[in-house]
Design a protein around this ligand. Structure first.
Ligand code: GTP
Ligand code: MG
Length: 273
């Protein structure tokens, strides 16, 4: 009998969420938001003064989501204004400019600023972060490659997208995935679903690859002192080989890092009696 009853239409409650943008001045935070909400690009730089606020409605699967967007000013001058706005945030768009390494290096200090403002009881674990590697249209000036940004993001359980506010590339996909992940988080009682956290490699692997990339010479790459013995070099090499061997490590850039370590060891052993 029950099977003949008309199905009750599932009406799920609409959701209201808060997202913020973070990142150095001039990386393109406001333009990314404008491109998504207003489908246009403003080439002239108009620095955000303190904070800009906007509301937009989006459809995610069967849900209507009301998004409160707080677009932060990146300039240090506005710290006192923006620090009020970190609390009760479900999603953060962390933006850097692929042509400006400092803006990528600054991402850690943006996370630190947020952590500090949320205080000891604030929980960063249950916030969805999306890293936007922006201005990918400026191919001539690009100095940050995809694997480095992706590695930084994914090793922290963050989403990663390459975007251009100018051409619109990546913008819709980024926002759809970002909002979708926030809806999943809300449906999961405000906790980040475990599946979105497992990326198949460890933070130790990601940090080691980054350290190898930034090392200044072969000693530094193997993590031994200049003048180390053959035994010390081999011991350091074995440890890194186990951590980064491409059969065992799926982190972006692991293959290149592994090759670099092999070459560094060969070069050092040639010169050690
Ligand atoms: P603050 O508000 O000062 O923190 O800066 P912001 O991060 O909001 O930067 P904004 O969006 O104002 O953009 C800064 C400059 O970069 C502007 O001149 C934009 O036109 C330009 N810009 C932003 N996104 C892109 C992009 O994807 N490609 C290119 N070529 N230029 C961009
Ligand atoms: Mg701005």
């Amino acid at each position: 009998m029950e099977a003949n009853l008309p199905k009750r239409k599932e009406t799920r409650k609409s959701l209201r969420i808060k997202v913020i943008s973070m990142g150095n001045a001039e990386v393109g935070k406001s333009c990314i938001i404008k491109r998504y909400c207003e489908k246009r690009f403003v080439p002239k730089y108009l620095a955000t003064i303190g904070i800009d606020y906007g509301v937009t409605k989006v459809q995610i699967r069967d849900r209507e989501i009301k998004v409160n967007i707080f677009d932060m000013a990146g300039h240090p001058f506005f710290y006192e204004v923006r620090n009020e706005f970190y609390k009760d945030t479900q999603g953060v768009a962390l933006v850097y400019d692929v042509g400006q390494k400092e803006s990528f290096d600054a991402l850690d200090s943006w996370l630190a600023e947020m952590k500090q403002e949320l205080g000891p009881h604030g929980n960063m674990e249950n916030i969805v972060f999306v890293v936007c590697a922006n201005k990918i249209d400026c191919t001539k000036h690009r100095c940050m490659d995809e694997s480095e940004g992706r590695l930084w993001a994914e090793s922290r359980g963050f989403l990663y997208f390459e975007t251009s506010a100018q051409t619109g590339e990546g913008i819709n996909e980024m926002f759809q995935t970002f909002y979708s992940a926030i809806v999943d988080l809300c449906d999961n009682g405000g906790k980040r679903p475990t599946s979105s956290m497992s990326v198949g490699f460890t933070k130790e692997q990601a940090d080691t690859i980054r350290r190898i990339r930034n090392s200044k010479d072969s000693w530094d790459m193997l993590g031994v002192k200049p003048g180390a013995t053959r035994d010390e070099v081999n011991k350091a090499y074995r440890k890194l080989a186990v951590l980064l061997h491409p059969d065992k490590c799926v982190a972006p850039g692991s293959e290149d890092a592994f090759k670099a370590v092999v070459n560094a060891r060969t070069a050092l052993l040639k010169n050690i009696k």
